[in-house]
Design a protein. Sequence first.
Length: 198
Amino acid sequence: MSNIDELTRYGIVHLVPILQADSMEYMEKLFETLHPKTFLEIGTAIARTSIACATILDDVKIVTIEKNPEMASVARQNILNSGFADRITLIEGDAREVEVPDWKYDMIFIDAAKGQYQRFFERYSPMLNEGGLIVSDNMFFHGLVEHPERTNNRHTKGLIKRVQRYRDFLDQHPDYETTILEVGDGLALTRRKDDSHV
Ligand SMILES: C[S@@+](CC[C@H](N)C(=O)[O-])C[C@H]1O[C@@H](n2cnc3c(N)ncnc32)[C@H](O)[C@@H]1O
């Protein structure tokens, strides 16, 4: 598999948690308008978003991190098939601890374990380039942040709290400003405050 439609079909059939259609469309618009030269993705899944980014931007360099070995193996094959292996580096491991290229990233996309977003943010936000953007997915957590009463599952309730805490963390962060968009499962767009002149 290499083209985006094939990857989308594979994701749906195999129940891979790929980005929702309207979020994907929004990300593609961001790639086109912001034209990042470096893109870091936390949570690769089958590499659909990274391959979409490399398809749109022929000079982007991408690092994408995936913890699940089976998923990483599918992603690796997809990246090879796409012909973008020279521009997409897949790192297999836990994004909380793996080594990543010590670059400045124009765009960082946080889309992995929902309970860990604040740790990902704290670890990777110092690598954000001036004028760069951090995008975090799942800020609505399937409507459960707004309506936590819809579940009785203790684990899910714990995750809802952590997503809400991450949203509060972003909202109250002295150095960053965040807007949450009603796109897909909720996309948070975060920029450094002192970048407002960029
Ligand atoms: C929602 S999917 C990613 C979707 C992908 N970003 C896309 O746009 O299609 C989340 C992925 O994050 C991976 N993941 C979860 N925790 C992680 C961690 N600590 N480090 C790296 N990857 C992680 C999961 O295995 C899963 O494949």
